[in-house]
Design a protein around this ligand. Structure first.
Ligand SMILES: [Zn+2]
Length: 324
């Protein structure tokens, strides 16, 4: 297989050729392992002669390998990890897609939980678009993700996540993309309840009109819980992502929505990427630094090195567990 990319004047770029060939070699190597139901060579012939041919469909096993492994060489995907994602808003919608492309929903369910309906005001930064306005976010998102491949096991639960304990109980990983402190605290408490078997809970959120995004991974057995990051609402977070005095600005209601915090799609997409990367690290038993920050607006956000915070001695959640 020889591919090259022409430069201006008809010259060929040998580096591009080498790079593409290497990439193609990797894909072909993966494809050989996959034992496609239709071989690539026959598919190529068919594609060349018959443009009306149906798309190739791979078996469930091969779906896992093709969607995820081709791009995640040498590391484990999220295949086999039952994941419950709470919050299908701007952040959660992008994160759901990223997790699916990382292997979630391949041989264990990816469950999306949200009780809200998509409105016109959402689509400027949500993964879903105009055709889904008026539908429940969780259901519409699940349908959209299934369009990536019909064999993906993407499930939707419409309603309050905290009332869905049976759905959350068997997940290997709980993911909180609500961005709401009260819900985040409640999910932190739920993580420690009897009957919740998750190995970890991953929280991710956006700060200050998209000035920065953060994610916190709490692996079962860790000392620091999510509440340890902000033991007192009055005192503010221990590891703020915003410079002193910087606060989120609300925008007045539009399109039938309530007041909201404006920011571009870059913030939820960045937060989703960060959270997806941490989820894959967890799946590979390399969870790394538990709290990570990415700054998008350097005038308003604070650069922070990744860190694994210690538990806070005044954390109400940790203290209540110590007493029980
Ligand atoms: Zn704590």
């Amino acid at each position: 297989m020889s591919h090259s990319f022409p430069l201006r004047g008809g010259r060929q770029n040998p580096f591009a050729r080498r790079s593409f060939s290497a990439a193609w070699s990797s894909i072909e190597s993966a494809s050989n392992r996959l034992s496609f139901a239709f071989s690539l060579s026959s598919a190529r012939r068919r594609r060349a002669s018959d443009t009306s041919s149906p798309p190739m469909i791979w078996s469930s096993e091969n779906l896992v390998l093709f969607i995820s492994s081709v791009n995640l060489h040498g590391i484990r995907t999220l295949d086999g990890k039952a994941i419950a994602l709470v919050g299908c808003g701007t952040l959660g919608s992008h994160l759901a897609k990223f997790l699916m492309q990382g292997g979630a929903g391949a041989s264990a369910p990816l469950t999306l939980i949200d009780g809200q309906v998509l409105s016109a005001g959402n689509i400027g930064r949500h993964y879903l678009g105009h055709s889904r306005i008026g539908e429940t976010k969780a259901s519409a998102l699940a349908e959209e993700l299934k369009s990536f491949h019909p064999q993906c096991d993407i499930r939707a639960t419409v309603g309050d996540a905290l009332a869905q304990k049976t759905v959350l109980a068997d997940a290997n990983l709980l993911v909180d993309a609500t961005g709401d402190w009260n819900t985040q605290y409640a999910l932190n408490e739920l993580f420690y309840e009897d009957g919740i078997s998750a190995d970890a809970i991953l929280h991710c959120w956006i700060s200050g009109n998209g000035a920065a995004v953060q994610a916190f991974l709490n692996v079962r057995g860790d000392e620091c819980c999510f509440r340890c990051l902000r033991p007192s609402m009055d005192a503010g977070p221990r590891f703020p992502a915003l410079k002193p005095g910087v606060e989120a600005n609300m925008a007045p209601a539009t399109c039938g929505d309530g007041n909201y915090i404006p920011y571009s799609v870059a913030a939820p997409a960045t937060a989703a990427g960060l959270a997806c990367d941490m989820a894959i690290g967890w799946a590979n038993d390399k969870p790394g630094a538990r709290l990570r920050t990415i700054v998008l607006d350097h005038e308003r956000g604070i650069e922070r090195k990744p860190t694994s915070p210690s538990a806070h001695k005044t954390c109400p959640s940790c203290l209540s567990r110590d007493r029980s």
